[in-house]
Design a protein around this ligand. Sequence first.
Ligand code: NAP
Length: 304
Amino acid sequence: MINKKKIDGKRVSSELKGWIRSEVLALSDQDRIVPKLAVILVGDNPASKVYVRSKSKTAQKMGIEISDYSLSSNISQKDLESLIEELNNDTQINGILLQLPLPDHLNTSFLLSKINPDKDVDALTPYNAGKLLSGTARLVPCTPLGSYILIKTRLEKLSGVNAVVVGRSLLFGKPMGQILLLENSTVTMTHSKTKNIKEHCKKADVLIVAAGRPQMVDASWVNKDSIIIDVGINRVSLGEDNYKIIGDVDFENVSKVVKAITPVPGGVGPMTIACLMFNTLTSAQIQNGISPFPWNELHSKLNI
Ligand code: NAP
């Protein structure tokens, strides 16, 4: 029963990566273009190191080349700006990934804004945020894109659907809301100052939660017809060096009520990495004058 409800991000991402890999191979065979991604990691945040390792490993499996820049946590703002400038001008580099969060002395939004928009594989520059707002984006932030594809595996038509987003960050909540608006959903954006948040969530046909609050959404927040996308990644200590990852939704109890739900781990997380690969392919195509595949049709490449 619960298995049928589970939206399996691992399986969907694996199908998506299969298609991306075939596109990358076609690009290198037919056009002699091998996409290359520069990955910048500042400092030694353990979670960031795990993410970067996993992204690099996946890229290599996809036929995407990686250039690693592991920098000291003391790097100055000026030196990091110079590196981004150098990578912007390097014609061999198609995508630039600046792993977040950065140490406090660095100005994250300014550094992101320095990335050439055509190489902005995280799609977090103001230029690409504006393109999404105006409905002309070719590069879309990876986690909202991955969440959108997961929703489309269960609900083909999003027009008129009541979608509720919990969280309004630039990284996730805001672009997620924009994607749903482009699909003609009726979007309710909620956040830490929202009154009666549970009542908003309960009315959702699609509920997307990205608050970073472990198991904030319990079974009393949802209805039997809703589709739940849990974006949260929360590390909960199990003592010593042990920890487990849980989402923002109480999966065990919520899954008994709703129509469909993503697990954590194994839901949105794997989709984020697959979408980063898609964006790297897209960046390589844009820089070589090739029309990229539209991000809002990616679900059509899945056999689900
Ligand atoms: P963020 O920048 O900290 O934003 C959190 C948002 O949630 C804010 O808008 C905040 O409201 C809202 N919020 C916090 N507590 C709330 C509450 N009790 N009720 C309602 N809203 C609340 O975080 P983020 O970068 O968007 O990430 C959110 C979560 O997603 C984190 O767990 C993160 O690890 C995870 N994440 C996962 C992936 C993935 O690949 N699966 C990728 C990115 C992020 P205010 O604006 O009012 O403060």
